[in-house]
Design a binder for this molecule. Structure first.
Ligand SMILES: Cc1cc2nc3c(=O)[nH]c(=O)nc-3n(C[C@H](O)[C@H](O)[C@H](O)COP(=O)(O)OP(=O)(O)OC[C@H]3O[C@@H](n4cnc5c(N)ncnc54)[C@H](O)[C@@H]3O)c2cc1C
Length: 437
């Protein structure tokens, strides 16, 4: 978000910049004009979505393109259940746009505040061992490249670029539209409850394989896991949504309110964290409901935090998770935020954290007013030792030298960037670090 005085900052308050100027293009031609004008004055350009990345990936010191006004539906291919969306469309706008056509997005992450372009550009994912991240739903896109030209990429046009453009880190050009392969609208039956952590870990492989969308949260200093198991049902299945008041009590009053208290005392009286975590597990989320897919996949996050998330090969989730547990015990830290564990299918996106391997995601969080460095860096070492790849939009310390070894198509991606953006019109400090200059 851009504040009065012209300073932009991200949701997690971990990145900020005062751009040279901010522009709000409403059309594709206006994006082209912005790039031409920036080039003429020697400025770099960066499109920004909802600013929900924790890394500096969206930092735009030159021209910040806010694409909020470039949103909505461009066209629908009813026969193939595909929709083309303008690049600034926010995920929370999409269900309404798809409803008249009986369509839905196949899988989503925890929230829906992001733009479609921001979500795909950083490899945003949800959970489900048979499902990929949001970028795997992309079957086409149009970019404005550094030359100001339009580049169309699809399964039939420039098809070889699709696995790069669909998860392009904002490095290849400005996306102006994105075509998404949708699925018939569906509902999800959600079962959420606290369980014994040891039992969850013992049965993990089977549950991940059998359930459409399985994940769990572990509150440090407890031996309990909050599990979430979502099963896909046809749209005609009877719905039993959460009553609004029950949802508010669970998500806002208990989920966020108690959590806010935990975060506030964390710094002052860290000894209170373990009992608060135990209380959270006791009173949070023993529930079952059935509702439209997007209403189940996504929730709201009212407590501000910072996050690091690593993808490891699925078979390494358990040992990596147990090493993280041991680390927290050894160091004597008091951690109020839960650790989240999710899963995804292998995919072919060159820069995807799940490229070529079935993956598990382990995410750690810290309240935004606390310094996460010591915790995150120690967790990062563990994740790296288990073959980890960091989420592009979440905090990490890796650079191009080490990332190159972890992505088989890294050099192909960099070569494509060299072709599409030889003068580094879309570069910023983060991209320089992770891709090289
Ligand atoms: C509360 C919260 C919950 C989250 N939950 C999840 C989750 O469940 N799963 C998950 O994987 N991640 C999650 N994230 C991370 C988030 O999904 C990603 O960081 C995502 O990129 C944010 O989207 P955005 O629209 O805010 O993009 P931004 O952060 O604004 O931008 C991200 C990147 O996209 C580029 N970009 C944006 N628009 C364009 C465009 N038109 N053309 C080219 N490049 C563009 C930017 O330049 C930048 O490189 C969460 C983050 C927060 C804060």
């Amino acid at each position: 978000m851009t504040r009065p005085g012209g300073t932009w900052q991200n949701w997690g308050r971990s990145a900020s910049v005062r751009p040279h100027r901010v522009e709000f293009p409403r059309t594709v031609e206006a994006v082209q004009r912005s790039i031409a004008a920036a080039a003429a004055s020697g400025l770099r350009v960066k499109a920004v979505g909802a600013g929900h990345s924790f890394t500096g990936i969206a930092v735009a010191p030159g021209v910040l393109l806010d694409l909020t006004d470039l949103s909505g539906l461009v066209r629908v291919d009813r026969d193939r259940s595909r929709v083309t969306l303008l690049a600034g469309t926010r995920l929370h706008q999409i269900p309404h746009l798809l409803a008249p056509f009986g369509l839905a997005m196949e899988n989503l992450g925890d929230i829906d505040r992001q733009s479609i372009s921001g979500a795909i550009s950083t490899g945003t994912h949800g959970t489900g061992a048979r499902f990929g991240g949001v970028s795997t739903q992309v079957v086409g896109a149009t970019l404005v490249t550094a030359s100001g030209d339009l580049l169309t990429v699809s399964e039939t046009e420039n098809a070889e670029m699709l696995p790069a453009v669909a998860l392009g880190l904002g490095a290849l050009g400005i996306l102006v539209d994105v075509t998404v392969q949708c699925v018939p609208a569906f509902v999800l039956h959600a079962v959420e409850h606290p369980e014994d952590l040891g039992e969850v870990l013992d049965g993990l492989d089977q549950r991940v394989a059998e359930c459409d969308h399985f994940e769990f949260y572990w509150f440090p200093h407890t031996d309990r896991a909050m599990t979430k198991s979502n099963t896909r049902l046809p749209e005609s299945a009877p719905r039993h949504p959460l009553a609004p008041i029950g949802k508010w009590v669970d998500d806002t009053l208990v989920g966020s309110g108690l959590h806010q208290i935990a975060c506030s005392v964390e710094k002052v009286v860290p000894a209170l964290i373990p009992p608060i975590n135990r209380l959270s597990v006791k009173i949070w989320g023993d529930r079952e409901f059935t509702d439209a897919s997007t209403r189940v996949f996504t929730t709201s996050r009212t407590v501000r935090f910072r996050e690091m998330e690593y993808a490891v090969p699925a078979e390494n989730v358990r040992p990596a998770f147990e090493a993280l547990q041991a680390l927290i015990d050894e160091r004597g830290w008091r951690i109020g935020f839960p650790v989240e564990v999710r899963f995804a299918a292998a995919d072919d996106r060159w820069m995807s954290t799940a490229h070529g391997r079935a993956s598990g995601y382990i995410a750690v969080h810290r309240y935004w007013r606390e310094d996460p460095t010591e915790y995150f860096e120690a967790v990062e070492q563990i994740m790296l030792s288990y073959g980890g790849r960091p989420h592009w939009g979440k905090m990490h310390t890796l650079d191009a030298a080490i990332l190159r070894e972890r992505y088989p198509r890294f050099d192909d991606f960099v070569a494509l960037r060299d072709r599409l953006d030889p003068g580094r019109m879309f570069q910023n400090a983060y991209l320089e670090r992770v891709l090289g200059g």
